[in-house]
Design a protein around this ligand. Sequence first.
Ligand SMILES: [Zn+2]
Length: 343
Amino acid sequence: MVSDEQTVHVIGVDVGGTKTLAARVLLPLSGQDQAVASGASETVQAEAPSVQDRELVGSSSHEEAVLTQIEHAVAALLDRSDRRVDAIGVGLAGFIGLDGIARSAPNAPGLIGVDVAAALTARFGVPVAIDNDANCVAVAAQSMFGTPTSSILAVTLGTGIGGGIVLDGELYRGAHGFAGEPGHMVINPLGPECPCGQRGCWERYASGSGLGWLGRTAAASGQAEAVLARAGSVDRIDGEVVTELMEQGEAGAVRIFTEFAGYVALGLANLMLLFDPKVIVIGGGLAAVGEELTTLVQADLLQRFPAASRDRDVQILSAPLGPEAGALGAALIAAKMLGRSGS
Ligand SMILES: [Zn+2]
């Protein structure tokens, strides 16, 4: 398929809860080969790959329409270009098997058990890679902040928590494809119920939903009067209300957000002990808070988790890695698949 040996044309797709983004990415094939072949640990990639064109389509509430939306977004990009595409990558939230088939898909339940790759290959005639969306973000983060052999964790803090693990330059998928799901690490077996069937999962505390829960818990015990007043009732307190008041310096909201940052630090400490990353990139909606979050997390790590934080220099970056990073990562994964299949 690759007619120009210097460049591969890849389309990456990020399937979100409300929107699906497809991005067209041109990648230097030779550059990739070089990085892999030399294993150059000190060589920072000269230029991070960038998105050339993008197409955003709103997701329908009809789950079965998601596949149609992906096809529509890809077709729209092809219509605006020379129609050349060598591979397609798709990032989906959930447990995605090594066969590319979703076992869970909170943003698109209709895709559970569906061979999306086969459907897209039948339509567009090119190889297709399907992966977890946070895995895609981790691969994109490595291209932006890492070296070809660095170890990077991406943790996305949104409605839930997603994760992607790049170890020594390679995405780690695990035995079944399910590695990098730190949101369901149990940090309190007596904690609140999680839709996954467990109790006290990390994402019950350290996601946007968790922040809302911490806010409601504080308000219910009379500890968050301003937050309660802004939301109108305890039930209506969510992570956004707490964040908004925290950014205005309201004391109760600052206290809740500090507790929240402590839970983020707790999970990161466990991940740091396990993987010893060089860089941790925080993505997802809460990354928009920026340094106010990472400063609290860094301080908490040093204070409460010395075993995880001493004698190491870990950069914790808050990067608003939105759907574009997911789409870019999906494109990078698809391009790598091309290289492996010898195209
Ligand atoms: Zn869970």
